[in-house]
Write a protein that binds this ligand. Structure first.
Ligand code: F58
Length: 826
């Protein structure tokens, strides 16, 4: 369906006008950046009409709204995706060609909005896409960080973090909404006043510092359905603009403080992945966006409804991990202190409005805040949490009389800390994990006590990804081929992609499928040559591991195996070996020293291996700098093998695994996270599974008995690989990788040797890699396997995930939006 506004001539004229009015230039004189801005403004004009129509439809139909509360939204570029979802990509591409503009070059001009770290933030972005496409009323609520995820530069093999100034040139797809600004209060104290009229105590928060929260709205365009939802991210400003007024009044210090507080709060995204940062500023960020978002939601509700006790009929807050868990206490505060409800009524409403998603079992990621910090920064909110805790402990005592262990394990406040997950579970009406295995581990291990006490809250929602960005946009040739064979329904109903299964033995189809993969590999090879100066052979196996760098994800296992292969080839030059390109992409948290060392190790190994003429280019190792959403789209499309090799039980779900599968790359992985469900869909024979199970790992963790030293002592080839970390093979500085070496063995410097079972899984991994090679050599077999991966990926659409959230948790109403222009014509 083509939009009226995308009539080619009108579109071209609008672009020219924008160049003229924005930059006082002619089209021919405009820079690429100016063209990007001009085209984006033209596209935004169209979106705004749909946005208004959506607004009107929502006002008329009054559907229930989900507020998806998340510290992170890893959106990726908007221009191409918006055009696709508007159904106008093809027309616009042609119109731009007629103007002499290449749409790909234009898309490359867009900064990659990276307001997220990795999986959790990208999941939020996929969910917004699906919510709009399915026609549900939803707001994403987050923070407009001035600096998103840092840009990664690799200098001399080391990661260097460079600030990501994504707003520098102005971001065309956002709308400032100062009329919806809210005030957020920090610090101060709570005064209790007895109210004679009601006979109740009033809690008055005084002496606080105030910050203004100003929303910026980004349109979330549904796929060809006229729906435009909103991602609302909050900027901070001082309440009174810094000026002579306050200076004259002697409030200079206060004014500066307010300015600084505001600037600090939204300055930068914390770059941690699966690790909590206990910084005061992080707590401020959390309360800042939670308070502003909840105030806005209640204000919106009250515009058209007058019974606040029925809030839950129209509003649900989904907490993306524990980061927004203050929402519980903030909602209680507003309901009691502003709306005048008593505790019981406020609690009844709150516990029907909030739900919680858990994304990790890693102990270091679980949020705990020292009570002295919490109560100083948020005195009223803290007071409310104390009361929630007091009442909850009574419940626990009633249920388990005399069992003090239970209180110790389950209390919200214990040992001087507020445990955010406990608060989220106690107040939330739903607690979900993000893959079946993960949810089972939550129920049977990590959150066992809570599951036993309130089993009805626990449920699983296996993650998904949007096929519109990760296939329709990222792999346009394959998308067109699929549509040619089974029609376009897969774009909004991925279960339809199963229809491709009939081509699993069709030689012509398989040949075409693999040709497209080859073209995508050529595109990636070109990118690698341009960015890394390394020549890679698109005929080699593209074996890819792209994700955040974390020890539990075991990039180290991968690179140690590369070293092992390198040794094998050198030792047996005659050995048959199918050429392989090992591709890595990963950012390490800036303060995570060992992770950064692993990046350096990968680059050092790459240097040695890529430049060793004796191995005849059989192995190439490439580290792609600055892995992010935009280059990810291209990488998934070009991958042959998907490395999903986390220590079983540690990766809650993974979502990259699904993106590879969708693009026809079989999984080489452990039985972890959603890999389990991927294998279930595609069949054992179309994946390469290895390693210890989650049960085995958990058993070792609970009872001991794992001994990496034994493996080191009895396996000479593994020992050789480890020795090479410290004998100068990959760095003349023999101390450079000492810490990595030590981390794997029971040396004096290491408390938990090989915590992630790298040596324990090494042999099984190497053997699985052999199976990969054998399978790849059989061209037909491989093509069938690749195609079946795509064909069996139907379950892993975020559309399916969102529909499950809607059916089981949110209970939203579906809305249809008709264009006002069309409505007028009727
Ligand atoms: C990820 N978590 C999980 N956290 O690791 C991954 O298995 C899962 O697929 C994904 O969530 C989506 O459910 C994750 O990305 C973070 O990055 C947090 C950021 C804030 C600090 C704590 C970690």
């Amino acid at each position: 369906m083509i939009d009226k506004q995308f009539d080619k001539e009108t579109f071209k004229k609008s672009v020219k006008d924008n160049v003229k009015f924005l930059y006082r230039r002619k089209l021919e004189e405009a820079t690429q950046e100016q063209l990007f801005q001009a085209v984006s403004y033209t596209v935004k004009d169209v979106i705004i009409d749909n946005w208004l129509d959506t607004q009107n439809a929502y006002e008329a139909q009054d559907p229930k709204i989900v507020y998806y509360m998340s510290m992170e939204f890893l959106m990726g570029r908007a221009l191409g995706n918006n055009l696709l979802n508007l159904g106008a990509y093809g027309e616009v591409k042609e119109a731009l060609e007629e103007l002499g503009i290449d749409i790909n070059a234009l898309e490359d001009q867009e900064p990659d909005p990276a307001l997220g770290n990795g999986g959790l933030g990208r999941l939020a972005a996929c969910f917004l896409d699906s919510l709009a496409t399915l026609g549900y009323s939803a707001y994403g609520c987050g923070i407009r960080y001035r600096y998103g995820m840092f840009k990664q530069e690799i200098r001399d093999g080391y990661q260097v973090e460079v600030p990501d100034a994504w707003l520098e040139e102005g971001y065309p797809f956002e709308l400032r909404r100062p009329e919806y600004a809210k005030e957020v209060h920090f610090g101060g104290y709570v005064r209790v006043e007895y109210d004679q009229a009601t006979g109740q105590n009033k809690f008055i928060h005084e002496g606080y510092q105030a910050v203004k929260a100003i929303p910026y709205d980004m349109p979330i365009v549904g796929y060809e359905n006229n729906v435009v939802n909103t991602l609302r991210i909050w900027d901070a400003a001082a309440i009174e603009e810094f000026g002579f007024d306050s200076f004259d009044k002697g409030d200079y210090k206060k004014a500066v403080e307010q300015e600084n507080l505001a600037k600090d709060i939204v300055n930068v995204l914390y770059p941690n992945d699966n690790k909590m940062s206990g910084k005061e500023l992080r707590l401020k960020q959390q309360y800042f966006f939670v308070s502003a978002s909840i105030q806005a939601a209640i204000e919106k509700y009250k515009k058209t409804h007058d019974d606040i006790k029925k809030l839950h009929e129209k509003v649900v807050f989904q907490m993306n991990d524990t980061h927004p868990t203050m929402a519980v206490a903030e909602l209680m505060r507003i309901l009691m202190d502003q709306e005048g409800l008593g505790w019981d009524d406020a609690w009844a409403v709150t516990t029907k409005c909030v739900a919680y998603t858990n994304h990790t079992i890693m102990a270091e990621a679980l949020e705990k805040w020292p009570i002295e910090l919490f109560s100083r920064l948020l005195p009223r909110v803290y007071q409310i949490i104390e009361e929630i805790n007091r009442r909850f402990i009574i419940e626990v005592q009633n249920k388990y009389p005399g069992n003090y262990e239970k209180i110790k394990k389950m209390a919200i406040i214990y040992d001087g800390q507020v445990k955010m997950a406990h608060l989220a579970i106690v107040a939330g009406f739903s607690v979900n994990g993000v893959a079946r295995l993960h949810t089972e581990i939550l129920k049977n291990q990590e959150l066992k006590d809570f599951y036993e006490m309130m089993p009805e809250k626990f449920n699983n929602k296996t993650n998904g990804i949007t096929q519109r960005r990760f296939l329709l946009h990222g792999n346009q040739n394959l998308a067109a081929w699929i549509t040619d064979h089974i029609g376009p329904d897969w774009i909004t109903d991925l279960s339809q992609i199963g229809k491709l299964k009939v081509y699993a033995d069709d030689e012509k189809a398989l040949q075409e499928f693999m040709n497209i993969k080859f073209q995508n590999k050529q595109r990636l090879a070109k990118y690698i040559l341009e960015h890394n100066g390394v020549e890679v052979d698109p005929h080699s196996i593209f074996d890819v591991q792209v994700k955040r760098l974390h020890e539990y994800k075991r990039q180290l296992l991968n690179i140690l195996h590369v070293i092992y292969l390198y040794n094998q080839i050198k030792l047996h030059p005659e050995m048959e070996f199918y050429p392989r390109t090992f591709i890595f992409g990963a950012k390490a948290s800036a303060a995570y020293e060992r992770a950064k060392k692993i990046i350096k190790l990968i680059n050092c190994v790459a240097d040695v291996v890529n430049n060793d003429p004796s191995i005849n280019g059989k192995i190439k190792v490439v580290f792609i700098e600055n892995y992010r959403v935009s280059n990810a789209e291209m990488i998934f499309a070009a991958a042959d093998v998907s490395e999903q090799i986390s220590t079983a039980s540690k990766e809650a779900s993974g979502t990259g695994n699904m993106k590879f599968m969708l693009n026809g790359a079989p999984t080489l992985g452990t039985m972890d996270g959603a890999n389990v469900e991927i294998v279930e869909e595609v069949g054992q024979e179309n994946a390469f599974i290895f390693g210890m199970s989650a049960d085995q790992i958990i058993n070792y963790e609970n009872h001991g008995g794992y001994d990496p030293d034994f493996i080191y002592n009895t396996d000479a080839e593994i020992r050789q690989v480890l020795m090479q970390l410290i004998n100068g093979t990959f760095s003349s500085d023999t101390e450079l990788f000492r810490d990595i070496y030590d981390s794997l063995l029971n040396t004096k410097n290491c408390s938990r040797a090989d915590q992630y079972f790298i040596l324990g899984d090494f042999r099984s991994y190497a053997e699985a890699q052999k199976r990969v090679e054998a399978a790849y050599k059989d061209e037909k077999k491989w093509a069938k396997m690749a195609l079946l991966n795509t064909a069996c990926s139907g379950k892993f659409s975020s559309d399916r995930t969102i529909q499950e959230y809607v059916d089981d948790i949110w209970h939203l109403d579906k809305v249809t939006v008709t264009k006002s222009s069309e409505a007028a014509e009727k």
